[in-house]
Write a protein of this length. Structure first.
Length: 79
């Protein structure tokens, strides 16, 4: 099987897809870790979660609002 997988390109394709999977997994982890360490993001997340708990905002909208805040926080730290 190993010779077939290598000669057919199956092994290389599987490795390529695994590498992409791990890249995105590590990125998600780093984004969440960085967001969790930022006091401004934590405060905004609590506000958004309260709105979510009260039914004032849908989960997708809540995630979008938090993402906007995260990106804004990163932008303001850079410049």
């Amino acid at each position: 099987y190993q010779r077939y997988a290598e000669s057919s390109g199956h092994y290389a394709e599987k490795r390529r897809l695994q590498n992409r999977y791990w890249m995105w997994k590590y990125l998600r982890e780093r984004v969440l870790e960085a967001a969790g360490k930022n006091s401004s993001v934590k405060r905004r997340a609590e506000e958004i979660q309260n709105s979510l708990d009260c039914g004032l905002v849908a989960p997708r909208v809540a995630a979008g609002e938090l993402w906007k805040h995260i990106v804004g926080s990163v932008d303001s730290e850079d410049g």
